[in-house]
Design a protein. Structure first.
Length: 181
């Protein structure tokens, strides 16, 4: 089973638990901190994945390191460690965040452009795509891509909206080829 599917299952379980307790946003903030800790400390992940360290020591270590987090987040981390899935912690957090955003009508995406967009330009795109996608809020992260000739490309989940000059030229070329058939 792929790691993305497994991560989604853990995130689903945590989402259901948080929904029942009405702690979605609190758990999301805690999970973001956990993700940041894991990304900044590669030794932590190596320690938790090490086969010679007992699960009891790993559980005790998690309790010491993550004393401020909720019991649900801590238990999820313990389960990931026990099942040798600590490597997918970031994916679980991302999947959980996607579930929370979907439930609250928020969509996240990336906008690729030749230069950094101003806050006003990004806000205009977010407003436009919120209407287009029927979401209450769209949050876009600007990624500068110097390989683009001009225009912008927006990725929302698995969908790409290509408004780049290269994309437009490619579509014109395809239309010409189809017209000649």
């Amino acid at each position: 089973m792929s790691e993305a599917v497994v991560a989604k299952r853990y995130a689903d379980a945590l989402f259901q638990l948080a929904s029942e307790k009405a702690t979605l946003n609190d758990l999301l903030e805690e999970l973001r901190v956990v993700k940041q800790v894991f990304q900044e400390n590669k030794e932590l992940q190596a320690f938790l994945a090490h086969p010679r360290v007992t699960n009891e020591k790993k559980r005790n270590f998690l309790e010491e390191v993550f004393t401020g987090v909720s019991k649900d987040v801590l238990n999820t981390l313990k389960i990931l460690v026990e099942r040798h899935r600590v490597g997918i912690t970031s994916e679980v957090v991302d999947a959980f965040e996607a579930l929370v955003n979907n439930a609250s009508g928020v969509a996240q995406g990336k906008v690729y452009s030749v230069r950094k967009l101003s806050d006003a330009e990004r806000a205009d795109l977010e407003l436009s795509f919120a209407k287009r996608l029927n979401k209450s809020v769209v949050k876009l992260v600007n990624v500068v891509d110097p390989s683009l000739v001009g225009g912008v490309k927006i990725r929302m989940g698995n969908t790409i909206y290509d408004g780049t000059i290269t994309g437009k030229l490619r579509r014109i070329e395809q239309n010409i080829k189809l017209a000649n058939i």
